[in-house]
Design a binder for this molecule. Structure first.
Ligand SMILES: Cc1ncc(COP(=O)(O)O)c(C=O)c1O
Ligand SMILES: N[C@@H](CCCC[NH3+])C(=O)O
Length: 423
């Protein structure tokens, strides 16, 4: 069931009309649906029923603490990639025993804070990082529970900027060297080897690469066991894709079945790190039309949102559906338009040659769909544009879960050195 629907011709998020929110919050804004977040989490978690599994939401996809708390209340853990994300997860009430720290470059201070917080596991991505973590743990008189993130050299067949499991990608330790690095890790005083981790990429729409990677992972676990290195936790990462434009990614159930088939026999605890699947279609970005500009070659719909708010179309040529908030009738005339933002970049384009109502005009609202993951978290203040607010809806209620940043807050962060004189 979709929780962003037209009711009496007006787009709603659950029971709240988008114009009502726009009136109170201003535009643009991100809007998340609690019911969708919960449904996605539950459908995903249910796919692993019977397995000893923890779903650790990938905080990078959406780090708003209200979203994290919504998921924490359902029992979710967190996959974090910085101490900032870890603090958010902890503040949102996520149990440290369900927090995994991933990422290719953890600083000493981050390692220390993670060890102090007693999180479940740190995923180590290189030998130098392993050496550093060992040193930090010994210095603190403790042992770090770790998994090595292994790069299985599998092509996830996704956009090149979000593939992470190929030999040329910066992520993980080459699977060909895994055994020797595990041997080294097992001999380190500050390290307790608990697991093995893989994450081969994001927005995968086919199970085949996962199957290939997890089969390789299972082989490695058997080899490690034969060497006396016990692996208790398999971290399978995230990556399952969603429909942005009619894609038909495998359902969580099919993914769960594939997990059982490839690694179920190992008797390990399984960690899963979905991000996009939980949050992507649980959020939209609402924007107001500022101008309609009829050029010689094109009609441009100029929104008050821009690439700084949602960078996915610019960065990955990603498709996001764009719909009018006032429902279009079947017989209404459509125009072919480019939907753009006000930022001074040609790439500040949300969609090219889209069909929108011919009579769409300044002041009308549109919704950019599937913006709940890698939306607000990737926003910037480029062109000195303030960060966009976030709103969480639950039933007939909504709350602003991040207010609009004041432009002066942003400007006041600059400091002018005394030698430049007073202005
Ligand atoms: C280590 C790790 N885990 C989980 C994720 C979440 O991925 P997705 O949002 O595709 O589920 C990512 C991002 O791709 C990641 O790098
Ligand atoms: N930011 C990417 C996903 C990257 C996943 C991070 N490991 C996107 O918007 O599709």
């Amino acid at each position: 069931m979709n929780h962003f629907e037209y009711i009496n011709g007006v787009l709603h998020a659950e029971g709240v009309s988008i114009p009502e929110m726009a009136e109170k919050v201003g535009t643009p804004f991100f809007c998340y649906s609690t019911a969708t977040l919960e449904r996605h989490y539950n459908v995903y978690a249910d796919a692993f029923e019977g397995l000893d599994a923890t779903v650790c939401f990938a905080v990078k996809a959406n780090s708003n603490q209200a979203v994290l708390k919504t998921l924490a209340n359902l029992g979710a853990g967190a996959d974090v990639v910085s101490v900032g994300e870890m603090r958010r997860a902890l503040r949102a009430g996520i149990d440290p025993a369900k927090i995994i720290f991933s990422g290719v470059g953890k600083a000493d201070a981050e390692m220390r804070e993670a060890l102090e917080a007693g999180i479940a596991q740190i995923n180590v991505e290189s030998i130098p990082e392993l050496v550093e973590l060992n040193r930090v743990a010994i210095d603190m008189g403790t042992k770090a529970r770790i998994a090595l993130r292994i790069n299985p050299h599998v092509d996830a067949k996704t956009h090149e900027k979000i593939a992470t499991g190929k030999a040329e990608n910066k992520f993980g330790i080459d699977w060909t060297r895994a055994i020797e690095v595990y041997r080294d890790a097992a001999a380190m005083d500050g390290i307790e080897v608990t697991g093995i981790a893989m994450h081969i990429g994001s927005q995968l729409t086919d199970l085949t690469p996962f199957r290939e990677a997890f089969t390789r992972l299972a082989d490695l676990v058997e080899q490690l066991r034969s060497e006396g290195i016990e692996i208790r936790n398999l971290d399978l990462g995230g990556g399952l894709g969603i429909a942005y434009q009619g894609e038909t990614p495998p359902l969580p159930d099919a993914y769960g079945q594939m997990v059982r088939e490839t690694v179920g026999h190992l008797g390990c605890h399984i960690t899963l790190e979905p991000g996009r699947l939980i949050a992507g279609n649980a959020g939209i970005m609402v924007s107001r039309v500022m101008y309609i500009k009829d050029g010689e070659a094109k009609r441009f719909v100029i929104l008050d949102a821009a690439m700084n708010d949602l960078i996915r179309p610019t960065l990955y040529s990603a498709y996001h559906e764009i719909i009018p908030v006032d429902e279009q009738g079947e017989d209404d005339v459509q125009a072919t338009v480019d939907v753009v933002g006000p930022v001074c970049e040609t790439g500040d384009t949300f969609g090219k040659d889209r069909k929108l109502p011919d009579d769409l005009k300044a002041g009308d609202l549109v919704a950019v769909m599937s913006a709940g993951a890698y939306g607000a978290v990737m926003s910037s203040t480029y062109n000195t544009r303030a960060l966009t607010p976030e709103v969480l809806v639950k039933g007939n209620n909504f709350a602003i879960v991040r207010p609009r940043q004041e432009i002066d807050q942003l400007i006041n962060m600059d400091q002018i050195p005394a030698w430049l004189g007073n202005s």
